[in-house]
Ligand binder design. Structure first.
Ligand code: PLP
Length: 287
């Protein structure tokens, strides 16, 4: 059955959805996005994603196409129409279709932004068996642009990073800049030393993960120490544990970096506990 998707005010079968070839998302990667997970048919941390979307739009002088309340309604409608129990809702806003190609931003009064949403059905998302095995990662140079805090659709280098990982026979890649780990290709990166969780501090160098914010809050509430600072690969190699977070992977252990086993080489207790707490708490607060 064809998915029902949302394009600029209309709910349509995916085969009938259309966006112009002049859309700046297509021509210039001039767009931002969010991915919100769905568990038990409900949205996980919608408020967090809406707040980050608002910030991404503001940083790029892009108008919000609808209010955040309307956006919640659209998310829920798509989840219901597509019968999603576990999965994701992908949302993208672009600077729209000015009718031709031009580097200068169009007048927002004349060129409304484009809003597209679609669902991804992922049964078993929360019970992902990978959480019991952990991920293997390689490190690669972080050559992305300088505003990684804005969640733009320029995902070519992260895609290349995933391909480098695939070619190396591992699951993902961690970006390294000036000797320090920034983040994963599509997730935030952490190491654990004893009761201490270490993750890159917020700045323009990393995406401000919505899952990161929630997990650090839960970690502090569980009396774990949190250090938000840069760490090196050498430090990661001698850590007790490592893990990543993202809206669709939640908390996922990392058991090997560049061929070196981290800790016991198996998912550690801190990552496993944080995953459990995160899923429990977020299910309770889902809307
Ligand atoms: N860092 C990058 C580069 C990402 O692409 C993502 C998610 O797509 C994240 C971190 C994790 O962010 P969130 O927890 O909001 O999904």
């Amino acid at each position: 059955m064809a998915r029902t998707v949302y394009v600029n005010g209309d709910y349509l079968p995916e085969t009938e959805a259309r966006v112009s070839i002049f859309d700046r998302g297509f021509l210039m990667a001039d767009g931002v996005y969010e991915v919100t997970s769905v568990l038990d048919g409900k949205l996980i941390d919608f408020a967090g994603h809406a707040a980050r979307l608002t910030r991404s739009l503001a940083e790029l002088d892009m108008a919000a196409p609808v209010t955040m309340d309307e956006l919640l309604t659209i998310h829920r409608e798509l989840v219901a129409r597509n019968g999603i129990n576990e999965g994701m809702v992908y949302l993208q806003v672009t600077r729209g279709n000015p009718g031709d190609r031009d580097f200068a931003f169009p007048d927002p009064a004349k060129t409304p932004s484009t809003l597209v949403l679609f669902t991804q059905d992922k049964p078993g998302l929360a019970a992902n068996p990978q959480a019991k095995i952990g991920l293997k990662v390689i490190s690669i140079d972080d050559i992305r642009w300088g505003r990684r805090d804005i969640k733009t659709v320029q995902l070519l280098y992260p895609s290349m990073g995933k391909m480098m990982a695939k070619k190396a026979g591992v699951d993902d890649a961690w970006f390294v800049e000036d000797g320090f780990v920034t983040e994963g290709t599509s997730n935030n990166a952490y190491i654990v030393k004893g009761n201490r969780i270490i993750t890159r501090n917020l700045g323009n160098e990393i995406l401000h993960g919505i899952t990161r914010a929630a997990v650090l809050r839960f970690a502090r509430e569980a009396q774990m120490e949190v250090e938000e600072r840069a760490f090196t690969l050498a430090e990661a190699a001698t850590a007790d544990e490592a893990f990543i977070t993202s809206a669709s992977a939640f908390v996922m252990p990392v058991v090997q970096i560049d061929g070196t086993a981290i800790g016991t080489g198996k998912p550690g207790p801190v990552a496993s506990r944080l995953r459990e707490i995160y899923l429990d708490e977020m299910r309770k607060a889902a809307v």
